[in-house]
Design a protein around this ligand. Structure first.
Ligand code: GTP
Ligand code: MG
Length: 212
C-alpha cells in the first residue's frame, strides 16, 4: 500500500490541465534495460534523488492518487515503471538516486540502471529532474544534468514539496537552486511544484509539451 502524502492533505487542484489526460495506465515495470517497452513511443522520464517526490509528481501529473506507488520511506520505486498516457507517450518513473539508508550495492545497481536508461534510450524526449525545494542540488543532481545534456533530450527542473516552504522562503529557495545550477553552467526552465497541492502541474505540462 502506498503511504499517504506526508502533509496528510488530499491531492487537489483548481488548475485546468491544458494537456488533457484521456487515459493513463501502468504498462510495465523493468528491472533491466532489456525489459523496457519496444513500441518506440516517446518517453518523459522523472528522475531525482530518492524520496524527492518522483512517484507523487507522476500521480499529480496524471491526476491519479496511487497509480505510481509512493512511500515516506526512501527506496520505494525499485524498477523503471512505464505509464502510457493518452496512448501517445510514456511517463516513466525511475528509482531514486543515492540515499544513505539504501544499501550501497543497491544504490550502485539503480544508478547504473538510471544512467544506462538516460544515456541509451533513443525515444527519451524529456528528462524532468526533481530537486527538493528545501535542499541544495548535490553532486548526484549535477551528474543527472550532465547525463541528460549528453543524451541531448529536453531537460527541465521541477522543485518538489514547495508546499513545505513558508511564503517568505519560496523565492529565496528558487533563486538559490537556480544559482547552484547556473554555477554548473545550466540555465534550465525551473518549475516549482507541489504534489500535495497539485500546484505547478499545468506549468510543468506546458514545458514538457514545449520540449518534447
Ligand atoms: P523513491 O521512489 O523512494 O525514490 O521516492 P520518490 O522520489 O518516488 O518519492 P515519493 O513520491 O514516494 O514521495 C516521498 C515522500 O514525499 C512521500 O511521503 C510523499 O507523500 C512525500 N511528498 C511527495 N511530494 C510531496 C509534496 O509535493 N509535498 C509534500 N508535503 N510531500 C510530498
Ligand atoms: Mg518513487
Amino acid at each position: 500500500m502506498a503511504d499517504r502524502q506526508d502533509s496528510g492533505e488530499e491531492s487537489r487542484s483548481e488548475e485546468g490541465l491544458r494537456v488533457k489526460i484521456s487515459s493513463a495506465e501502468f504498462v510495465i515495470s523493468a528491472a533491466q534495460l532489456d525489459g523496457m517497452p519496444r513500441t518506440g513511443m516517446p518517453e518523459v522520464a522523472v528522475i531525482g534523488r530518492s524520496n524527492v517526490g518522483k512517484s507523487s509528481l507522476i500521480n499529480a501529473l496524471l491526476r491519479r492518487k496511487n497509480l505510481a506507488r509512493t512511500s515516506s520511506a526512501p527506496g520505494k520505486t525499485q524498477t523503471i515503471n512505464f505509464f502510457a498516457v493518452n496512448n501517445a507517450f510514456y511517463l516513466v518513473d525511475l528509482p531514486g538516486l543515492g540515499y544513505a539508508k539504501v544499501p550501497k550495492k543497491q544504490r550502485a545497481i539503480w544508478k547504473t540502471l538510471i544512467t544506462g536508461y538516460i544515456g541509451t534510450r533513443d525515444q527519451l524526449a524529456v528528462v524532468v529532474h526533481l530537486i527538493d525545494s528545501r535542499r541544495e542540488p548535490g553532486e548526484l543532481d549535477l551528474e543527472v544534468t550532465r547525463i541528460a545534456r549528453e543524451a541531448g533530450c529536453g531537460y527541465i527542473v521541477a522543485l518538489t514539496k514547495f508546499d513545505k516552504l513558508k511564503q517568505g522562503e519560496r523565492l529565496p529557495a528558487r533563486k538559490r537552486i537556480a544559482r547552484a545550477l547556473a554555477s554548473a553552467g545550466l540555465e534550465p526552465p525551473i518549475v516549482a511544484t507541489s504534489a500535495v497541492k497539485s500546484s505547478g502541474i499545468q506549468e510543468l505540462w506546458s514545458w514538457i509539451e514545449t520540449l518534447a
